[in-house]
Design a protein around this ligand. Structure first.
Ligand code: HSO
Ligand code: ZN
Length: 434
């Protein structure tokens, strides 16, 4: 049985204990950085030849030529036809709901005209080309394909290029089907740092993109950091997290299963429950112990709960709210009688799941909001992936003759203050009506 850490906010050492619980060392391994830098350099210098070499070395299959790295779109449509009808329906429904939510996020261009006729505004343009990394193996989630690809397409990205490793040539049919539903434009059977390098710099076969999104292992995350600047990136995600605030009135089995639902992602995932009802924490613990042995991923859940999980006793709801804002979790469940009143006091969380019926799992798949969320306390300063991550802004200025004269008066003074005479003259020339 997992030995879950028990904390209490009244403990004088609580803050130190909480810091230790939250500590997470993100990508910082210098050996990995070195290895990734080499791979990126090889891809930049040798292009497709390097991609074929790495694919044979790391994925265990030898592409006959670089062209063999690309999967024809017909292969995606074939996967869509082959998957079970129930999966197809669920993916379609999820995509439709994610799309409907994303439509509301689209940034709009705007303009206004000042009294002297000068126009100011902001023009929104989608990115031209985006690369989407999809991991292989056990973390290959079709739901993540939808969550990344649908907002990009809603934004109007013209070309969405997916890369996915195919260990020993194996393809995940559900991932391909999700890519077809989301409208991915091209797919390459590539993974690891070499795939990120190819997207960032381009090769003879893989076109260079403007931004790379999507989750991946430590090599992929390190490569994304390394190419940032050459291209945009979404974020470097840490392990999944859930924080539940509960008043003690929700069925403890529900809460235990919600904690499991993040813990089953991986051993480093973090599941924490905060309640101000001490007896309730015992009831949830009893549920955990009873339910865990029956779980398919019992080992992963047990390791995650033991190493990074916690049950925290707070003084009252306000005290629990302070803990939540301090943790700034990726997912926050408010399992209380008046979740809206409580949500008003939450300042830092990637997604807020309000009320006893709102299992975080609903948001992971099909409620509509994105499941790509800020982890490791980054919800203090960042937001869920959305349509706005695939749009950019350009400023618009159109001076009328009168407006040019008005602005020149100020601009020339500031320019002379900076010692930049050409700036001053440039403004004054337009500002001089005679
Ligand atoms: N909870 C994960 C997303 C996911 N869950 C995918 C199931 N499939 C992100 O935090
Ligand atoms: Zn999940």
């Amino acid at each position: 049985m997992p030995k879950i850490q028990r904390l209490s906010t009244t403990d004088p050492d609580f803050n130190t204990q909480l810091d230790a619980l939250l500590a997470w060392d993100s990508v910082s391994d210098s050996a990995v950085r070195q290895r990734v830098a080499e791979i990126i350099e090889q891809v930049r210098q040798r292009g497709d030849a390097a991609l074929c070499d790495y694919t044979s070395r790391f994925d265990g299959w030898q592409p006959t030529s670089a062209a063999a790295l690309e999967l024809p779109l017909e292969r995606l449509r074939q996967a869509l036809r082959a998957i079970p009808a129930a999966q197809r329906e669920a993916l379609d429904l999820a995509a439709a709901r994610i799309r409907a939510y994303a439509e509301r996020q689209r940034l709009q261009s705007w303009e206004y005209i000042e009294a002297d006729g000068t126009l100011l505004g902001q023009k929104i343009t989608p990115l031209d080309r985006v690369g989407l990394y999809v991991p292989g193996g056990k973390a290959a989630y079709p739901s993540s394909v939808l969550m990344n690809a649908v907002p990009a397409k809603v934004a109007g990205v013209a070309e969405l290029i997916m890369v996915v490793p195919t260990p020993r040539g194996e393809l995940n049919e559900l991932v391909l089907a999700a890519a077809a539903i989301a409208g991915v434009d091209r797919v390459f059977a590539l993974g690891g740092a070499q795939a990120i390098a190819a997207l960032a710099y381009g090769t003879e076969t893989v076109p260079a993109v403007d931004k790379v999104v999507g989750p991946g292992n430590i090599y992929v995350a390190t490569a994304k950091r390394a190419v940032f600047g050459q291209v945009g990136i979404d974020m470097v995600a840490g392990p999944s997290e859930i924080l539940i605030l509960c008043d003690g009135q929700t069925d403890p089995d529900w809460i235990a299963m919600d904690l499991f639902s993040q813990a089953e992602h991986d051993e480093d995932a973090q599941s924490i429950l905060v309640s101000w009802d001490a007896a309730y924490l015992e009831r949830v613990l009893a549920s955990i112990e009873r339910l865990l042995p029956g779980m398919e991923r019992a080992d992963t859940i047990a390791t995650s709960l033991t190493s990074r999980g916690a049950l925290i006793l707070a003084r009252d709801q306000d005290d629990a709210t302070r803990v939540a804002n301090r943790i700034a979790p990726e997912h926050l469940e408010l399992s209380v009688a008046d979740p809206q009143a409580l949500a008003a006091k939450i300042r830092h969380a990637g997604a807020i799941f309000m009320g006893r019926h709102t299992a975080e799992a609903l948001g992971d798949y099909c409620a509509g909001p994105n499941h790509v969320l800020p982890t490791s306390r980054t919800a203090r300063f960042s937001s869920p992936l959305g349509v706005y991550d695939f749009q950019k802004r350009s400023s618009l200025i159109m001076a009328s003759p009168a407006g040019a004269a008005n602005l020149a008066a100020t601009a020339s003074k500031l320019a002379r203050g900076e010692g930049l005479t050409a700036h001053a003259r440039s403004a004054e020339l337009r500002g001089d009506p005679g």
